[in-house]
Design a protein around this ligand. Structure first.
Ligand SMILES: [Zn+2]
Ligand SMILES: [Zn+2]
Length: 401
């Protein structure tokens, strides 16, 4: 380490990233051009976002559905007491802008499984999962494979943590790492009624800022390495053991039954279609492209109707299962929990073809999957792109709002 002499430090105007530039392989421009989607703005997400902003990542999108609570304040460097009750996404975005005013930052306030269109995954060069449950990780993993984006997962467990990097179909993926015990827990939740599922999700994971700092920093560093094509966690992970410091790297193998290692279905960017385009218009195009059409599949499961088991009252909903509120799940007449009917596909002759993606409850800028026999194509509703980027962008001047 050499300190500049007093004379030198007076002439040298130090640019924000001067200390990066003296790293031989570092390319600040690569970071400035990068688009990173951070899913989750809790303890881990705060650390990841803080690091990415300080590193000079140019474009960031932050997705989370929660509002800031007092219990977040012990683990979230970007939140203040006065932020209580505000959305985590927007508050984190504004704090990131204070750290790095040149940042282009977007927020998606909503449930990851219900409200994050696959277009956001397509937008990103790298996806970071700062999540605390398997269900969300499974969804992020699936979405990353479908859109062919690498992702960095982080997990916390008191003094311990884990960082993993995936780039399926090439490398083993998150689903490949799941053992019987993991699947048992996932299936246990999935077999619950919808109301019980929501109660299942309510418990928080015990975490501290110290482990979150370690893991969040490693995730951000994995992003930097991936953007520079350096060796990084690729179908593998690093287990941080915080008690005795017996931390170790781990390499995964392709799961025997993992469905995510075939060549993914190609996705076409369709600027003339958006989430308000009727599906029959889209199906006409898809039918021409594929030489026929069996159905259009959705990227997520939608609730079509809710029926009361007692009075048989049926309500038509069209809403992603994870966007349903507990109050919407009970019958308005007899307060019984209703039974949902799901839809994840529309066949050519279905009357649902008259509806648009947004009328069916799909988020904006999503991808629809058209299929004809063994052939399929993804259709990115890219007509939504410009509006989505515009309405989600957070500006520093909005701080006083
Ligand atoms: Zn896999
Ligand atoms: Zn009823």
């Amino acid at each position: 380490m050499t300190e500049p002499t007093p004379g030198q430090s007076m002439v040298l105007k130090e640019d924000r990233f001067t200390r990066h530039q003296s790293i031989k392989w570092w390319d600040q421009q690569k970071l400035a051009n990068a688009r990173v989607l951070v899913i989750g703005a809790g303890a881990l997400g705060n650390e990841v976002i803080k690091n990415l902003a300080l590193l000079g990542i140019g474009h960031l999108a932050i997705a989370d559905m929660d509002k800031i609570e007092a219990s977040n304040l012990s683990r979230s460097v970007l939140f203040r007491e006065s932020d209580e009750g505000h959305p985590k996404t927007r508050t984190a975005a504004m704090a990131a802008l204070e750290l790095y005013p040149t940042l282009d930052v977007h927020v998606i306030e909503g449930n990851v499984l219900a409200d994050l269109g696959l277009g956001w995954f397509r937008w990103a060069n790298v996806v970071v999962g700062a999540l605390d449950n398997r269900e969300a990780r499974l969804y992020v993993n699936q979405s990353c494979v479908q859109t062919q984006r690498p992702w960095v997962d982080g997990g916390l467990d008191v003094l311990n943590g884990i960082v993993r990097g995936f780039d399926a179909p090439r490398t083993p993926c998150y689903e490949c790492t799941m053992g019987n015990a993991d699947w048992q827990l996932v299936n246990q939740r999935r077999s619950c009624s919808l109301l019980a599922r929501q109660a299942f999700d309510a418990g928080g994971v015990p975490t501290t800022i110290t482990t979150a700092s370690v893991i969040g920093a490693m995730q951000a560093q994995e992003v930097v390495k991936r953007l520079h094509n350096l060796e990084c966690l690729d179908g593998g992970g690093f287990v941080y053991e915080g008690l005795r410091h017996t931390s170790y790297p781990i390499q995964y193998t392709h799961g025997k039954n993992c469905p995510w290692h075939e060549q993914p279905v190609a996705i076409e960017v369709m600027e003339q279609f958006n989430s308000d385009t009727p599906l029959h218009t889209i199906s006409q195009w898809a039918s021409q492209k594929l030489g026929g059409l069996d159905a259009i599949d959705f990227s997520r499961e939608l609730v079509h109707t809710l029926t009361c088991p007692n009075c048989k009252n049926t309500r038509t909903m069209f809403i992603p299962v994870d966007r349903l509120k507990p109050s919407e799940l009970v019958c308005e007449n007899c307060q019984q929990e209703c039974i949902p009917a799901f839809v994840h596909s529309v066949e050519l002759n279905s009357e649902l073809m008259q509806m648009s993606a947004s009328q069916l409850g799909l988020p904006a800028w999503d991808v629809l999957w058209a299929r004809n026999g063994m052939n399929g194509i993804g259709i990115e509703l890219a007509g939504d792109l410009e509006t989505q980027l515009k309405t989600s962008r957070v500006h520093a001047v909005n701080r006083e709002d």
